[in-house]
Design a binder for this molecule. Structure first.
Ligand SMILES: NC(=O)c1ccc[n+]([C@@H]2O[C@H](COP(=O)([O-])OP(=O)(O)OC[C@H]3O[C@@H](n4cnc5c(N)ncnc54)[C@H](OP(=O)(O)O)[C@@H]3O)[C@@H](O)[C@H]2O)c1
Length: 214
């Protein structure tokens, strides 16, 4: 099998869930963090195809990169990585500009801007596709919904990158993608997430996802 290398920038629930999931599907995974040593115990009980490095190491190593850091820290993380590490690559942006300071999900900004657009503007030679941000980390790879698994909402400027993302998601157990348009649609995919949390609060679980029916 051709080695497929992914760099996952982020060591929270999303980074760890994606690392385990991609490893299950035969990928060589490197998780990026400011503090590799804090993942020693986790790494010991994780698939041996997963390694840990700096944000820069993971971005450089990955042929494909996922951005999965706290929304308010995206600029700081990109500051830590040379733009060349991303150049020409597909970058899946899972981030949301959320804070929970009063216990409720609040968008840090939105309406006329988004993290997806900020990342694409900072990295013009990188193919940014908003992906994974509207589902729980527990459902990101090999999802198990009670109902039929819906396609993943994505958006981005590059048609080939979205096609590649669609094929990747099929590999990861999704039926494919719902294309919401260019990267400006990240405004609305990110704005869906406070609603997703509020619905989860009512359901008492967070295993749900939104879909389009016609
Ligand atoms: N949790 C979910 O189910 C879910 C679902 C969809 C989308 N998302 C989105 O995915 C992203 C990751 O979420 P998460 O729940 O895994 O964890 P998180 O706590 O939002 O993010 C953890 C990551 O952010 C980095 N980080 C935090 N503050 C930083 C700073 N000041 N400078 C540099 N890096 C910083 C951490 O770096 P270190 O590794 O160095 O500590 C860590 O890698 C978020 O944007 C979230 O909105 C989450």
């Amino acid at each position: 099998m051709t080695e497929k290398r992914i760099g996952i920038l982020g060591s929270g629930d999303v980074g760890k869930a994606l690392a385990r999931g991609f490893a299950r599907h035969g990928w060589d995974v490197q998780v990026g963090t400011r503090s590799p040593e804090k993942l020693d115990a986790w790494l010991d009980e994780t698939d041996e195809s997963v390694s840990v490095g700096s944000f820069g190491d993971a971005a450089t190593r990955g042929e494909l990169v996922v951005l999965a850091v706290r929304g308010g820290a995206v600029d700081d993380v990109l500051d830590l990585v040379d733009d060349d590490a991303f150049r020409g690559k597909l970058l899946l942006d899972a981030t949301n500009p959320l804070e929970f300071s009063d216990g409720e999900p609040q968008l840090l900004f939105g309406g006329t801007e988004s993290l997806g657009e900020r990342v694409q503007t900072r990295l013009p030679d990188t193919h940014v596709v908003k992906c994974f941000n509207t589902v729980s980390n527990a459902q990101m790879v090999d999802p198990t919904f009670e109902a039929e698994t819906p396609p993943m909402f994505v958006c981005g400027n590059d048609a080939a990158a979205k096609k590649e993302t669609d094929a990747l998601l099929v590999e990861l157990g999704w039926p494919g993608t719902t294309d919401a348009g260019d990267i400006t649609s990240a405004r609305y995919l990110e704005a869906l997430v406070p609603l997703w949390v509020r619905v989860g609060q009512q359901l008492g679980t967070y295993d749900h996802a939104f879909t389009v029916v016609r």
